[in-house]
Design a protein. Sequence first.
Length: 84
Amino acid sequence: MKKSIWQLQDAKGKFSQVVEQAMCHEPQFVTRHGQKAVVIMSYDDYKKITKPEIDLISFFNSSPLKDISLDISRNKDLPRDIEL
């Protein structure tokens, strides 16, 4: 049976086993003082959750608003007076 929650002292002593379980099965949770502290996961799983599905340029190019023209001119009025 695979274990997925480890106490910190056990995870330190069996780090190779924790890493093997993370790589072959599922993320491994390490607790400290009874609270979940960290997750050890395979690099491939990490890449899946951190890599954007689409790059920024493609995102903007696929926007339905890409052909709308925006007025981005700067207001040239003087700033308002503020009492100090």
